[in-house]
Write a protein that binds this ligand. Structure first.
Ligand code: SF4
Length: 420
């Protein structure tokens, strides 16, 4: 590997990290250095969350320790057979970069991942070494997200959880078949074994915290994972089912969906075209439907087409409502929370306000209109004090009326996840 200065390494290793979408820092433990103790904070003025034009969080220093790797996952630009410039940071270099960026208020924390060098254990030792030095030597109180390596010694993976706010292990592909084809050195059982062990430690630590105030924290922001969308033939239905299994089986805080981006020097087994970014967005919306709107995965799947794909032109909640119109209209003055959450165009906040307002008076269509961005989307699915949709709910052309006119999605207009 050629000798490179820090700036050149940073260019290579920050660029190489951009394919990982799981960098959100929500739910972190509140720590502060106010009062002169330690350095950094996860809260407070001057620390901002900002997003790259394609919607990815950039408020963290998001880098790889190295983009060299002994594995050869087909979808990865850093795979062994890829012809890219390689670079590697030492533990001390990452520590100093983090501290310097933090002092300048460029970042609120660190997101650190790595290609696998020498062995999973060696790589994990280096990643843990960064987090340990930041916490123990420099009393760093900012946010740390560490990628963990499923094949590494469980003690090292556990050490990662002791120093990091969040840990993540990528499942990479939604199906076992996809993983076997595109990441032959990875194994679903080992990945899930590591996730299961991590969940166990997180639950133990939470339990201890309830009993002992000073019990040490362990990955207080939980664990997350990422699935690559569109690199294999997995349908949206398969992805939704897998995501639900991961949430239920391993208590994940988030599943991130990353639309496969064709990489320079691609492997011949990969598709030539990236999936539409809107597909990634629809999967995030489905994820929200399952986590916050009471939808079962089978219900989301029921909104897909005969190939198991969600429509791109309308959101999954609207697609479901159009297919199952017998559940509508819903009376906004009488219906329960679960029914209201099914109404296209009504988000969790709007439903909460409807439930609160109707204790005092009967709601009219105008009252609902004030709570939603698009009353046109809501009207066919509700009744109110002065509103009955009559035949509107069952009209054959309702989908055409509610679908936005076709438009080219611009890379810089990627919407942020929102289910309603
Ligand atoms: S192990 Fe990680 S870095 Fe290495 S090739 Fe696979 S995805 Fe890329």
């Amino acid at each position: 590997m050629a000798r490179l200065d820090t700036q050149s390494k940073l260019e290579i290793l920050a660029d190489a990290a951009k394919y990982d979408a799981s960098c959100a820092s929500s739910g972190g433990q509140k720590r502060s250095s106010m009062g002169g103790k330690g350095m950094g904070s996860t809260t407070g003025s001057g620390i901002c969350h900002s997003y790259a034009p394609d919607g990815r969080c950039i408020s963290l220093l998001k880098i790889l320790l190295t983009n060299s790797c002994i594995f050869d996952c087909h979808y990865c630009i850093n795979r062994k057979s890829s012809n890219v410039r390689r670079a590697r940071f030492s533990v001390e270099e990452v520590v100093q970069l983090t501290l310097n960026f933090y002092k300048r208020n460029y970042i609120e924390g660190l997101f650190l991942s790595s290609g696998i060098i020498k062995s999973p254990d060696y790589t994990m030792e280096q990643l843990v070494g960064v987090a340990r030095t930041l916490r123990e030597v420099h009393d760093f109180r900012g946010y740390i997200h560490l990628k963990t390596i499923p094949d590494a010694d469980p003690e090292l993976v556990e050490a990662a959880g002791r120093y990091a706010d969040r840990v993540s292990i990528n499942v990479e592909l939604p199906t076992k078949k996809g993983l076997a084809e595109l990441a032959p050195e990875k194994d679903e059982k080992r990945i899930e074994g590591a996730m299961g062990a991590m969940r166990h430690h997180i639950l133990d630590a939470k339990d201890a915290k309830k009993r002992y105030r000073h019990a040490p924290r362990f990955a207080a922001s939980g664990q997350s994972t990422q699935m690559i969308v569109g690199a294999d033939g997995a349908s949206d239905g398969a992805i939704v089912t897998r995501a639900k299994g991961l949430y239920d089986g391993f208590g994940l805080r988030r599943v991130y969906y990353s639309a496969f981006s064709p990489i320079p020097d691609p492997s011949a087994v990969l598709p030539l075209k990236r999936p539409p970014l809107m597909r990634e967005h629809r999967l995030y919306q489905s994820d929200w439907l399952m986590r916050f709107y009471g939808f079962a995965p089978q219900e989301v799947i029921a909104a897909t087409d005969d190939k198991g794909m969600l429509p791109l032109d309308i959101d999954p909640k609207l697609a479901w409502a159009l297919k199952f119109r017998e559940h509508f209209p819903v009376d906004v003055n009488r219906a329960g929370k679960e029914q209201l959450l099914r109404v296209p165009g009504l988000g969790t906040r709007a439903v909460g306000r409807i439930l609160a307002s109707r204790r005092h008076r009967r709601l009219r269509l105008d009252d609902v209109a004030r709570l939603t961005v698009s009353i046109a989307k809501v009207r066919p699915f509700i009744t109110a004090e002065d509103w009955r949709p009559t035949h509107l709910t069952d009209r054959a052309d309702l989908r055409a009326q509610l679908a936005p006119p076709p438009a080219q999605l611009d890379l810089f207009d990627t919407p942020r996840p929102k289910a309603a």
